[in-house]
Design a protein around this ligand. Structure first.
Ligand code: ADP
Ligand code: MG
Ligand code: MG
Length: 211
């Protein structure tokens, strides 16, 4: 079914903002082990502003909410993760111009991942958010296009895949971002950005399941 109303997307942005705020200290703890201890603060500040900007929109459509959230994240998160999470969202939101359907959601997810990889140049196994996003997007697409699952079930499978992707960041070595400066000392640490990506997906699922 076509959803041209952006209200659920605003609710998703609010849910993500609340979750990231709750996880703020944990995300910062992860970033203090292999980075500069700002990921929780960066994301909490960015998502609080993004949820507020989304809430302030008058009768928005999904594309407008996505672009607004993305632009605000780009402006407010900073660091390496701001342009990756935010800029990719601005770009991929164009896929939602005719509303949210199973088909447009797959196009959105693929475009989002493509943009993250374009900008950050990370591959699976580099200990970044790409390690959570790649299996999530591939699983979402396959679940819908090959297995014919309803979008909600496909999203649940994508969340499971992201969860395994986050676990996969622990035993590997960082090759992109600040953590890569540590070389082998990054082994044994969970990537903060991959962890944030998982929380975002979990909240999208929870808002979608509540509807
Ligand atoms: P910074 O490292 O600039 O302080 P953050 O702490 O907010 O920025 O974000 C760090 C996260 O950004 C990492 O955990 C990783 O997931 C992600 N990241 C960093 N560089 C890249 C990259 N080139 N490609 C994909 N993700 C990256
Ligand atoms: Mg950092
Ligand atoms: Mg930083």
């Amino acid at each position: 079914e076509l959803n041209e109303n952006g209200t659920p997307v605003v609710a998703a942005a609010e849910a993500v903002a609340e979750r990231i705020e709750r996880e703020r200290d944990y995300l910062t703890e992860l970033d203090s082990a292999i980075g500069d201890a700002d990921h929780g603060g960066n994301m909490a500040r960015g998502w609080a502003a993004a949820a507020e900007a989304a809430r302030d929109l008058d009768d928005p459509d999904p594309e407008t909410v996505g672009k607004t959230v993305g632009k605000t994240l780009m402006a407010e998160v900073g660091g390496a993760s701001g342009p990756l999470f935010g800029g990719s969202l601005v770009f991929a939101s164009a896929e939602l111009s005719d509303g949210v359907t199973a088909e447009s959601a797959v196009a959105f997810a693929e475009t989002y991942l493509e943009k993250v990889v374009d900008r950050g140049d990370a591959s699976v196994g580099d200990q970044t958010m790409v390690d959570a996003l790649t299996p999530a997007v591939h699983t979402f697409k396959k679940s819908i296009e090959t297995d014919g699952l309803p979008p909600l079930e496909a999203l649940a499978k994508a969340v499971d895949a992201a969860d395994r992707g986050v676990a996969f960041t622990v035993p590997i070595r960082a090759r992109k971002g600040r953590a890569s400066y540590l070389g082998w000392r990054s082994v044994g640490h969970q990537d903060p950005g991959a962890t944030s990506a998982l929380y975002i997906l979990e909240e999208l699922l929870s808002v979608a399941a509540d509807r």
